[in-house]
Write a protein of this length. Structure first.
Length: 139
């Protein structure tokens, strides 16, 4: 049989205790496990995860993405308003809907906020919010 490397038992036990608590600052953190399929298996933990999840669900939600940009609004898309009828819309991605206000965006320059969690009860009436968390749990 191949030789076995012996590690002192105390050192191994100490390493196991520390590794359970330690978070490596240079590594990303995953959210809750979603469906385990497709390009995103875990719930988003930031705005970029929301963008990727929207890309995965856009067709089911009635959107066709025309383009993305780093400036406000983040996305130009077509939204299905009726079978065979599409309307151009401006979409802003946020991890939490209240970040829209925190970032100082103008509600008049956007039609939809797509976020993971809707936590902005004072959201202006004309601004529609799509909280992806609700759609993922419904799938």
């Amino acid at each position: 049989p191949p030789p076995r490397f012996k590690r002192p038992r105390r050192r191994l036990q100490r390493w196991r205790r520390q590794s359970k608590r330690q978070r490596f600052a240079w590594r990303p953190v995953c959210g809750e496990l979603l469906d385990g399929r497709g390009p995103l298996c875990f719930a988003p933990t930031n705005e970029q995860g929301v963008v990727l999840l929207f890309g995965k669900l856009a067709e089911k939600l009635g959107f066709l993405v025309l383009g993305l940009q780093p400036a406000f609004p983040d996305c130009m898309a077509l939204h299905r308003i009726a079978p065979g009828n599409w309307q151009p819309v401006a979409v802003e991605f946020e991890f939490e809907s209240k970040n829209f206000r925190t970032h100082g965006h103008d509600p008049a320059g956007c039609d939809f906020i797509v976020c993971w969690e809707h936590n902005w009860p004072e959201c202006p009436e004309g601004l529609k919010v799509i909280a992806l968390r609700e759609f993922v749990t419904a799938l």
